[in-house]
Design a protein around this ligand. Structure first.
Ligand SMILES: Nc1ncnc2c1ncn2[C@@H]1O[C@H](COP(=O)(O)OP(=O)(O)O)[C@@H](O)[C@H]1O
Ligand SMILES: [Mg+2]
Length: 350
């Protein structure tokens, strides 16, 4: 290792021992860019079994000829060789070095100017950072993935919230607008009928019956969109008005408490869809609706004693509930119970 003698005034054997002992890989280039020294760590990382294979070669075309993607790396652009020309020290993270067998690895290096008897060379200290960069890339991918999932979740919540607001508005407009007007028409027809002759009264009664039917249809429509009573009085009252006319025994236990509009809407639609399914599919004698406030969660259950055999994939009603509940960060389960079917939704209250 005669070239270490070029290192000026430091005792040769001390320097050599030091360079051979350090864990970092170190090599020196002379003013022409030729490798004049490489410590064992450098030789090992660069894939040389003996130093003669590397010493005397110009470093750039030997170990630094291409970028990571394989494209050519012109020597004029190489920052590692700049210290020789300008006297500055250069630090680079994430560059790559190439081995004689064509394999490559990621490096972090510093290149510092070094005065040599024949001019200015450079001392390069480097480290293999391949696995560290892979870890960093994986962490970054995970962070991007996480952010994307959070964004999808937030946008789903926004969509449900916007749709709910629109349903509330439609329900309110139907209730306050068309429905109220029809009620006034109905009253006018009834009053007009009182003083009229038989023939006219028959016509007016017919018209009043039509208006009555139109009011009932509008009310049903508004209830399907967003019942006014849910906005005004909450889940318990809305469910009561829903179950009153049903040809089914419904046992309901629901607190009178008011919750956020999105929670009340989700709870109501779980119950409405659950009861509709009981009527449509279950052939049940009784349905049980339970809403429990457990502090952090509102738990909603709809159970029946029917024939069971619920299948989420078979329709769109239950899947729609799953989406709605997931948008609120809740959980939704559908299961055949000991008898019949049971839906269970948990909605966070915080
Ligand atoms: N309470 C129930 N009892 C028995 N079967 C049910 C019950 N609820 C749902 N199902 C079954 O699960 C399927 C999916 O329900 P759903 O998603 O609400 O779709 P839809 O009611 O539009 O058919 C239904 O088609 C029905 O076969
Ligand atoms: Mg259904």
């Amino acid at each position: 290792m005669a070239d270490v003698e070029r290192l000026g005034s430091a005792p040769r054997d001390v320097l050599q021992a030091l360079l051979e002992a350090v864990a970092d890989a170190v090599y020196l280039v002379d003013p022409d860019g030729r490798v004049v020294f490489a410590n064992p760590a450098a030789l090992r990382l660069l894939g040389y079994s003996a130093e003669e294979e590397l010493l005397g070669r110009v470093s750039h075309p030997t170990i630094h000829h291409s970028h990571w993607d394989g494209s050519h790396f012109p020597q004029e652009e190489c920052p590692m060789l700049r210290p020789r020309l300008t006297g500055e020290t250069v630090r680079v993270y994430g560059d790559c070095f190439w081995r004689p067998d064509g394999s490559k690895f990621r490096v972090a290096y510093s290149s510092a100017p070094l005065a040599m008897p024949e001019g200015r060379g450079a001392v390069v200290v480097f480290r293999d950072v391949t696995s560290r960069m892979e870890d960093e890339a994986a962490a970054q991918r995970a962070a991007v993935e996480h952010a994307r999932a959070a964004e999808i979740h937030a946008s789903r919540a926004r969509i449900v919230e916007a749709a709910d607001a629109e349903r509330r508005r439609l329900g309110r407009d139907l209730h306050d607008g068309a429905q109220q007007r029809l009620v006034r028409v109905l009253l006018a027809l009834r009053m007009a009928g009182r003083g009229a002759d038989d023939e006219t009264r028959e016509l007016l009664d017919g018209a009043a019956a039509e208006a009555d039917a139109a009011i009932a249809e509008l009310r049903a429509l508004a209830a399907g969109i967003h019942p006014q009573i849910l906005t005004n009085r909450g889940i318990a009252a809305a469910v009561e008005s829903l179950t009153g006319p049903l040809p089914l025994l419904v046992e309901a236990s629901i607190p009178e408490t008011r919750y956020a509009a999105s929670v009340e809407a989700a709870a109501y639609f779980v119950i409405a869809e659950g009861l509709t399914n009981v009527l449509k599919h279950a052939q049940a004698n009784v349905a049980r609706v339970t809403v429990r406030d457990e502090g952090a969660w509102l738990v909603i259950e709809v159970a029946d004693d029917g024939r069971g055999g619920v299948d989420v994939a078979a329709g769109s009603g239950l899947r729609g509930l799953e989406d709605r509940v997931a948008a609120l960060d809740g959980t939704f389960e559908v299961a055949d119970g000991p008898v019949g079917t049971r839906l269970r939704a948990q909605l966070p209250l915080t």
